[in-house]
Design a binder for this molecule. Structure first.
Ligand code: SF4
Length: 407
């Protein structure tokens, strides 16, 4: 069993997600505490940075920040030979307004699209489109697993790159049980440079694909994907301010077509429990062939801020046990219980950041420390958008259907 090591997790010069300026450090220990508790990143003999960026949220002196990539994106925009495509992740839609004086939990999606167009975007797309694709893949994997009696461990989600780093570093024996589905941002990159490029007759080599994310870990994750840059919500806010764009004057704008539609399930990917709820909706359909009932549309047991949530769901006579975990300290506890036979699940969702991506390391620092009231404020509009959506399950997304049909 791993035990905590009382060592600060080093931020090396080649860290792709965060950077450390020693001159600004006041040696308060806030980052060390964050690594030891929330991130559990120094479980085991060697401390390992899992890139979650929670240290950038708690550092009071800006000694630790995300690695800035928005300046490179600006250069790409000024290159007339490049087509710059932006993709907005769901958790950013409910946080960015905080940087411009909007109340916590305001959904400012339309203004973000408008701001990106003013900054020079050629296209602006919704990452929730690819969240629907990730759900379909993960649900198919789970449905397949449920048919097998011989599976030793549950299916773990794969969309949180810090969790994937963590499991690879500290529980490598569980790697085969992590879903093969790519994260929404990685999937989006592939679709943009294939399907989207083809539909618009664009040479994929000219596309610079940028994700606007709540996450610093995605900066590491994209190294082997078709996404060229990840900029955090904070970077985008900094860029908007530097360019003198008046946020209050922005008129809400729409996404570009083809990849601008998402189901309610794709929207709630941004918060803890959202992946489980989204996958449950599609698994229900895959196992029964029936339209979802209210019980599965609002999966209350997966919601809320408890660090470990568990539930059993009966689908087509099969009892499915799920665990929803956020915070790597909680993940450590659940994983150890599974390994030592104290708990058994079919599906385990893990998000490294408390609250899920809405509490990500690249989110605004307008309320420090980030507390659960702020996290709940950011979650509420995502559930509202889901409950208002006409289509609430990923398999119903018409843009996904059109892509799969080759239309
Ligand atoms: Fe990134 Fe979300 Fe994971 Fe946090 S929970 S590390 S924001 S993917």
């Amino acid at each position: 069993m791993n035990s905590l090591v009382d060592t600060k997790v080093p931020i090396n010069i080649d860290n792709p997600a965060v950077m450390f300026c020693e001159d600004l450090c006041i040696e308060c220990g806030a980052c060390r505490h964050s690594c030891e508790t929330d991130a559990s990143a120094n479980s085991g003999s060697q401390p390992v940075c899992v890139y979650c960026g929670q240290c950038t949220i708690v550092c009071p002196s800006a000694a630790i920040t995300e690695r800035y990539d928005y300046t490179d994106v600006k250069k790409a925009i000024s290159d007339s030979d490049k087509i710059v495509v932006f993709n907005i992740a769901p958790a950013v839609k409910v946080s960015l307004g905080e940087e411009f004086g909007m109340p916590e939990g305001c959904l400012s999606e339309g203004k973000i699209v408008a701001a990106l167009r003013e900054l020079g975007a050629n296209y602006v797309l919704d990452v929730c489109f690819s969240a629907d694709l990730t759900v379909l893949e993960e649900a198919a994997e789970l449905t397949e697993r449920l048919k097998s009696e011989a599976v030793q461990f549950p299916l773990f989600t794969s969309c949180c790159s810090s969790w994937v780093q963590y499991v690879e570093a500290f529980f490598p024996e569980l790697v085969p049980y992590v879903s093969k589905a790519k994260s929404p941002i990685a999937t989006q990159g592939n679709v943009v440079k294939t399907y989207f490029a083809g539909k618009h007759n664009i040479d994929p080599a000219k596309i610079v694909n940028v994700a606007v994310a709540p996450c610093t870990a995605k900066k590491h994750e994209i190294s082997q994907t078709n996404t060229d840059y990840v900029i955090t919500a904070r970077e985008l806010a900094k860029w908007i301010k530097e360019d003198g764009i008046n946020w209050d004057d922005l008129q809400a704008a729409d996404y570009d077509s083809l990849m601008g539609t998402a189901s309610g399930a794709g929207v709630i990917f941004g918060n803890t429990g959202g992946v489980t709820e989204a996958v449950a909706r599609t698994v229900y359909y895959q196992m029964t062939g029936k339209t979802l009932g209210e019980d599965y549309l609002n999966f209350q047991a997966a919601r809320g801020m408890n660090g470990i949530k568990t539930a059993s769901v009966n689908i087509a006579g099969k009892m499915i046990n799920v665990a929803v975990v956020h915070g790597l300290d909680n993940a450590k506890e659940v994983v150890e219980n599974i390994i030592y036979g104290k708990s058994a699940y079919d599906f385990v969702e893990v998000m490294a950041c408390r609250g899920g991506c809405i509490g990500g390391g690249g989110q605004p620092r307008t309320a420090v420390p980030t507390d659960d009231n702020l996290r709940k404020s950011r979650v509420a509009p995502l559930y509202k958008k889901d409950s208002d959506a006409q289509l609430r399950a990923s398999y119903q997304n018409p843009d996904v259907k059109a892509m799969e049909a080759g239309v």
